[in-house]
Ligand binder design. Structure first.
Ligand code: ATP
Length: 510
């Protein structure tokens, strides 16, 4: 049985990820760095497998989408034009009681005037204070205190500087003692802006500014898409739920350029495709849903948006945003640069003039998925605990990570029953065959066979192949299925086919 979503499940996942080499805290031996994580030997395989499956479905299986890998740092004017410099911010508030810094739009709300009781200094006991909810209608998420600073906008982009000159000296030089704090900040910002570059907060803008190069170099015809997987950075006010929201993360985004007026149909198409993609690799399709955005949630340039949501242990939350971005980005970049970011369709009549040949700025549908968030979602979906005893009354409880074989870090493990009598050599022979076929497989001769099965169940290896004395005699092995724990004797020559069939099967049948 799959685990019911619970916060307890989250701590089990975090513990398994560390114990089994999926995810470690960054710089752990130095005490760790807030919200930064390193993907260990198995985590990097899982992440790559998810990203490869996305790339395969977006690029290799289609003729209308091509890939791109744009730089993380871009010309600073890109962010001015896209609106990120002025608008990519969250409302930041400080609690005057416990000093917690939080996002106003995510804080618990109460009707104005509601009486609140809270402990002094945010403690859990001691002196109690009273207050009432102010005009803003929310309270501190940590101590429930309604006494809060006013909201100020906090830009989420990380700023750094490009070039061999450290701008700090120039910044200090413009500060005069008589200036107010506001004036000092403005003067420093002006100096910083001269050398400032930003770490991209999304991969999308790289695809918009390379629209023309990609379209012309590859002779792409609208409708077509550009896909990209890569790191993005957001200085999030609140980082939460392990790798769900971190400051450094990876995205899988695709910009699909289409004819004006067709965006509604393409939106429906991409919502269907993306939901089907998640369900193809998940055990429980019911864990995913599509939520349309309300009118007041839409960005000013957007004419529609759906979120693919997942049922995380704390409730439904975003996994991917599928947004209809109109022709906003291309129009803005064209205005800012003077470069015509348009498309000419010689086979279509211009709707305004009726003449053959139509030049227009394509509309865009953008399915924007979180890769690191997908890692969390597939781990949650795969985590199963089985409890019980066998016919002799022995405990046969186990943890199984039922990852889709395509996503599993190892596709099989080869386990010689003992480390002697020619069994390791036979095992290595099998490993060679599987590796030559391009499969990532594990050779494992440590500890008892039972412990090895348990280890591979816990890391999601679909098959364990046990090599014993009979293998030397008749060229067979036992193949143990991760999900059912059943074993079968098969010819070594059949093993590759069995693994490959399972990788290509739907989860319902594999
Ligand atoms: P949220 O509402 O969760 O902040 P968002 O709407 O700001 O997300 P988008 O800008 O639409 O997110 O980015 C597309 C995807 O990138 C998200 O659906 C999510 O999977 C991922 N993503 C965004 N921010 C983060 C983050 N800080 N950490 C991990 N993944 C993220």
């Amino acid at each position: 049985m799959s685990q019911e979503p619970s916060l307890d499940l989250m701590s089990k996942i975090v513990s398994l990820c560390k114990r089994r080499g999926f995810i470690f805290q960054s710089s752990e031996i130095y005490g760790g760095l807030r919200s930064c994580y390193d993907y260990g030997p198995l985590g990097v395989e899982l992440k790559r497998n998810i990203s490869n499956e996305w790339w395969r479905s977006m690029v290799y299986e289609r003729e209308d989408i091509v890939g791109l890998d744009s730089s993380i740092m871009m010309h600073p004017k890109v962010w001015q034009t896209s609106g990120h410099l002025s608008g990519f911010s969250d409302p930041l508030v400080d609690c005057l009681n416990c000093r917690e810094r939080f996002r106003a739009d995510k804080a618990p709300t109460h009707p104005v005037g509601t009486a609140m009781t809270f402990h002094k200094g945010g403690k859990t006991s001691g002196e109690k204070l009273k207050g009432s909810v102010a005009e803003c209608g929310y309270v501190c998420p940590v101590c429930s205190c309604p006494n809060l600073s006013s909201e100020r906008q906090f830009n989420l982009m990380f700023r750094t500087s490009l070039g061999p000159v450290d701008p700090t000296t120039d910044m200090l030089a413009v500060i005069e003692p008589s200036m107010t704090a506001e004036q000092k900040r403005a003067a420093v910002d002006e100096v910083a802006a001269k050398t400032a570059v930003y770490l991209r907060p999304e991969t999308a803008q790289g695809m918009f500014v390379q629209f023309l190069n990609v379209q012309q170099s590859m002779s792409m015809k609208v409708p077509f898409g550009i896909a990209q997987v890569g790191k993005s950075f957001r200085n999030e006010i609140v980082v939460e739920h392990y790798i769900f929201r971190s400051c450094e993360f990876e995205q899988m985004e695709m910009e699909f350029f289409c004819e004006p007026g067709t965006q509604g149909d393409w939106m429906k198409y991409w919502c269907g495709e993306r939901m089907a993609w998640y369900k193809r690799y998940a055990n429980s399709g019911a864990g995913f849903r599509l939520r349309p955005h309300d009118e007041d949630e839409l960005a000013h340039y957007s004419d529609g948006c759906f979120d693919v949501e997942y049922m995380y242990p704390w409730g439904w939350g975003e996994l991917e945003g599928i947004s209809s971005r109109t022709n906003y980005d291309l129009t803005k970049h064209a205005e800012a640069t003077g470069v015509k970011l348009s498309y000419f369709d010689q086979n279509k009549a211009d709707p305004e003039t009726g003449k053959n040949g139509w030049r227009y700025i394509p509309y865009v549908i953008e399915p924007a998925a979180g890769l690191t968030r997908s890692v969390l979602c597939f781990l949650l979906d795969a985590y199963h605990e089985e409890h019980g005893v066998d016919h002799e009354g022995k405990d046969k409880s186990r943890v199984v990570l039922k990852l889709h074989p395509k996503l599993a870090p190892y596709k099989a493990a080869v386990l010689p029953l003992v480390k002697k009598d020619g069994l390791p050599e036979k095992g290595r022979e099998i490993i060679r065959i599987l590796r030559q076929a391009g499969l990532n497989v594990s050779y494992d001769e440590q500890q008892s066979i039972g412990k090895r099965y348990a280890r591979h169940d816990e890391i999601g290896t679909p098959y364990c192949l046990t090599v014993d004395m009979q293998s030397l005699e008749d060229g067979t092995v036992t193949i143990r299925d991760r999900d059912t724990a059943t074993q079968q004797r098969v010819k070594i020559t059949e093993v590759l086919g069995i693994i490959q069939n399972r990788m290509n099967a739907d989860p319902a049948t594999c």
